[in-house]
Design a protein around this ligand. Structure first.
Ligand SMILES: Cc1cc2nc3c(=O)[nH]c(=O)nc-3n(C[C@H](O)[C@H](O)[C@H](O)COP(=O)(O)O)c2cc1C
Length: 203
């Protein structure tokens, strides 16, 4: 059996819910994954606006280790510019097995739905769909317009999994971190990783 690290692309865009992104990153790093990371300009802003200056892109590893523990150092990540359409994940010949756009803005959703490939997030998502690999889109907006709903349908029809940022309350969450754990857990499950981010429902 290969001991190659599992490789997953993570895109962070400018929709509210930066905590979902950092929790997902930390959980995958703890599993020893290599993450191909791309963050849009507004995604960078969201990290700072919602989590504070210590979560700025250039300090992300230290932020994750301080918040989630040194277990995150089991994994690794490469950060790409969203303008770099020649990056590894812009090609179907790379070995990245799946991609998560978390959180996904309505603008990026529209770009993915219509195959625009205007930047690396959109191009990498397009690659995942054309190669029939796992693409998980975590949209966040409320309420939603008809074009936004149709864009989700287009992505789902093309094989993407639409996983709205809708944490459950039957787990009796007490903190924002509990809510983020739930969403990260759903993402890891969809990627086929075992985890203990939330207790399984026993009926
Ligand atoms: C603080 C803040 C919160 C935002 N929240 C959302 C949101 O929840 N959903 C959304 O679709 N756009 C949201 N936006 C708007 C997007 O960031 C904006 O449309 C941006 O152009 C998206 O670009 P990107 O997809 O390249 O990151 C927000 C913007 C700001 C500054």
């Amino acid at each position: 059996m290969s001991d190659r690290k599992r490789s997953i692309a993570i895109a962070i865009t400018g929709a509210s819910g930066a905590l979902y992104a950092t929790r997902t990153m930390a959980a995958l790093l703890e599993q020893g994954c290599h993450l191909e990371l791309v963050i849009s300009d507004y995604g960078r802003r969201l990290l700072r606006d919602e989590l504070g200056e210590t979560a700025a892109v250039d300090k992300l590893t230290d932020y994750l280790a301080a918040k989630y523990g040194d277990g995150i150092r089991a994994g690794s990540y490469t950060l790409y510019s969203n303008k770099d359409l020649g990056a590894k994940i812009a090609s179907g010949s790379q070995n990245c097995e799946g991609m998560v756009v978390v959180p996904c803005s309505m603008k990026t959703l529209a770009g993915i739905a219509h195959g625009l490939s205007r930047n690396l997030v959109e191009r990498a998502a397009d690659v995942m769909m054309k190669e029939r690999r796992t693409l998980i889109i975590v949209p966040r907006e409320t309420p939603m317009s008809l074009p936004q709903l149709r864009n989700m349908t287009l992505c789902a029809e093309a094989g993407a999994m639409i996983m709205p940022a809708m944490p459950a309350f039957y787990q009796m969450p007490k903190t924002l971190d509990d809510l983020a754990d739930f969403m990260a857990g759903k993402i890891l499950s969809a990627l086929g990783f075992p985890h203990a981010l939330y207790p399984s429902w026993e009926g």
